[in-house]
Design a protein around this ligand. Structure first.
Ligand SMILES: NC(=O)CCC(=O)C(=O)O
Length: 263
């Protein structure tokens, strides 16, 4: 299976419309890949809080339209990263979309863990309430967005729902890059799953981005890692290795659920 992770630069000197057009043409350029991935909130930037209200779109807005078309034109499965969705009741969500190679939407994932503690996304957006998996011919994807990477229980839930390949779309900051790499490898090892973790390049809202998108196999080996700038990270991997790893070293079967808390 071939996956292409588009580590697009999000810089304030490019308009949302121009970046959307550029992202679509980068997707179309990946024809021949099975799966193409864009990062978190690439239209606005994950830390560009003042733009969230201004650039929010309905679910089937311009980003949805451009990405559906790009997926069909490239003939690829497309995880289109996330955008700021305005739901009909006015709530904003950090919403990721997945399209099939014929351009049909096959999944909507609203970020479950909102980042910012008492500011930014955490107070401006609603929280997703549902785990989301997507079954491709080659593997079952489990979806997560950025800060979700810090919450192992989400990934266990995705494993229980059949996921063998996690896609983590992020806008991770450079100053916590060491956590990014460590957590991506940890989620892969503990769940015996592939991790395709994609961040942005560039700098927005005075937050330099980590880049360093990374693909980790179910044994925790790094198959590919990007640099800090804009690039497309392409990797070939054998999705069957997740099932094989789980069979040969069946640690997931030794989980003890329902252990009593300390008295
Ligand atoms: N956009 C995010 O979720 C940022 C997460 C982050 O910076 C961190 O977990 O550290």
């Amino acid at each position: 299976m071939r996956a292409s992770l588009i580590q697009i630069a999000v810089d304030p000197d490019e308009s949302v419309e121009d970046r959307r057009e550029r992202a679509a043409s980068l997707v179309v350029g990946q024809r021949g890949s099975d799966l193409v991935v864009l990062p978190e909130l690439w239209p606005v930037g994950a830390f560009s809080y003042p733009l969230f209200e201004q650039e929010a779109e309905p679910l089937q807005g311009p980003t949805h339209e451009a990405m559906a078309k790009a997926a069909a034109e490239a003939g690829v499965w497309l995880h289109a990263g996330s955008f700021v969705e305005r739901a009909p009741d006015g709530t904003l969500y950090n919403t990721a979309l997945v399209f099939s190679p014929d351009g049909e939407r096959s999944a909507v994932y609203r970020k479950i863990h909102r980042f910012g503690f008492d500011r930014g996304e955490a107070v401006m957006m609603g929280a997703g309430e549902e785990l989301v998996t997507v079954t491709l011919p080659q593997t079952t994807l489990g979806l997560a967005t950025c800060y979700d990477l810090r919450f192992p229980e989400q990934f266990r839930g995705l494993v229980d729902a059949g996921a063998e390949t996690f896609v983590v779309a992020a806008g991770w900051p450079e100053r916590r890059r060491a956590h990014w790499t460590l957590l991506a490898r940890a989620r892969a090892v503990e769940n015996q799953a592939y991790v395709l973790a994609l961040s942005t390049a560039g700098s927005h809202a005075d937050v330099p981005q980590a880049g360093h998108s990374i693909v980790v196999d179910p044994l925790g080996e790094v198959l590919a890692e990007a640099g800090v700038g804009e690039e497309v990270l392409t990797v070939e991997f054998d999705p069957a290795k997740a099932g094989e790893t789980r069979e040969h070293f069946p640690a997931l079967k030794d989980r003890r659920l329902g252990i009593a808390p300390p008295r």
